[in-house]
Design a protein. Structure first.
Length: 356
């Protein structure tokens, strides 16, 4: 595996490439063209400039998170073909730039959903948290205003103000889309993009829905082992793979994370590893990476990745806000650096104990 950190680009991130370079064992970043909108074609020059900047800092561009999928594609609207053509053009340019990993998600309307962006933990750190009872009391607009004051000035992916202005239209778009339709739309999208992925050896890595169940009545399908295996089979090409995100699949305690990893052997192209602490089955917060701080056995998760021969990029996903840092919630430097060091330590121990 290759240890990486997510980086939003020098114009948007509070963390610098020079800082990332100094985290022991982190050799690459996962980045994106943060100022493009879903549906835009990414220009080759812009991709090459990003890559060059990262390489000049002594790191590699290990993959893209995300090339977002336009809602017209997810909802299967008549204009979806035009947006798929654009997606293919973007993949073509990424391939030309020698980039072989693309993370994306197929969640209607929103990306991940949390009810608090700065819940205070007993040690004074603040973390992202989710409480189902709080969601049940809110509509999406109220949810947006309740979290938008909490973002330290950053824009949360999927919760951009201009999207929120069109929230009613977005919900209308999905009025007739149930799980089966969403599966069919995903299949159509994947079948159309596989040729360009084959041509340039681009691994598509779908990110799970977070939380792993329906919110605000919207369909959500990338939530458990059964559905993800169905997706792998419906377009049975190794370039149709997954981002295994422990913190997203782990929102549903019924998901057995090491077992899911083992069942996806050969199809996990990217891993997000983080821990959650459950206070009840419907209330969780994003703990430190260390097993003892949360509800997951991080050793077992890393061991499962080792057992399937995982070689792709991995990153600590969200981190806590600690030591007075002000950054995009979940994406500060300090706790993610601690997470990377810890995950590297687990990996070294697993590797050495297997070689003996
Ligand atoms: C990320 C997701 O911050 C996060 O939780 O893992 O936002 C992820 O980047 C997207 O869902 C992938 O498209
Ligand atoms: Mn993730």
């Amino acid at each position: 595996m290759q240890m990486t950190l997510r980086w939003y680009g020098s114009r948007f991130d509070t963390v610098t490439l020079q800082q990332i370079r100094q985290i022991p064992g982190v050799t690459g970043v996962i980045s994106t063209l943060y100022d493009t909108a879903p549906g835009d074609v990414w220009e080759l020059d812009a991709i090459l400039a990003l890559k060059k900047e990262i390489e000049e800092a002594g790191l590699s561009l290990a993959g893209i998170e995300s090339v977002n999928v336009h809602d017209a594609i997810k909802a299967g609207l008549p204009e979806c073909d035009r947006y798929i053509d654009n997606y293919i053009a973007t993949l073509e340019n990424l391939g030309k730039a020698d980039i072989h990993l693309v993370c994306y998600n197929f969640m209607p309307v929103f990306d991940w959903t949390r009810t608090e962006l700065a819940r205070v933990r007993p040690d004074g750190s603040t973390v992202l948290a989710y409480n189902q009872e709080a969601v049940d009391k809110l509509n999406p607009e109220e949810m947006f205003s309740s979290i938008s004051g909490d973002t330290n000035g950053a824009v949360m992916p999927g919760w951009e103000p201009d999207r929120m202005e069109h929230i009613k239209e977005l919900f209308d778009m999905y009025r007739d889309v149930d799980d089966e339709k969403l599966f069919a739309n995903l299949k159509y999208f994947l079948e159309r993009i596989m040729p360009v992925c084959d041509k340039y050896d681009i691994n598509m890595a779908i990110h799970p829905d977070d939380p792993a169940w329906s919110v605000f009545g919207l369909p959500r399908i990338i939530i458990n082992k059964e559905n993800i295996l169905r997706m792998m089979k419906m377009v049975d090409n190794p370039h149709n793979g997954v981002t295994f995100c422990s913190g997203s699949y782990g929102t549903n305690l019924k998901n057995d994370l090491p077992d899911m990893i083992r069942s996806l052997k050969g199809r996990i192209h990217f891993a997000h590893v983080r821990n959650l602490k459950f206070n009840s089955p419907t209330d969780f917060e994003e703990a430190a990476h260390l097993s003892s701080d949360g509800s997951f056995d991080m050793y077992e998760i890393m061991l499962a990745l080792y057992d399937i021969g995982f070689t792709g990029p991995i990153r600590p996903d969200h981190g806590r806000m600690i030591w007075g840092e002000v950054a995009m919630p979940g994406y500060g430097l300090y706790d993610r650096a601690l997470g990377a060091a810890y995950l590297n330590g687990l990996w070294e121990a697993i590797e050495k104990s297997h070689k003996k």
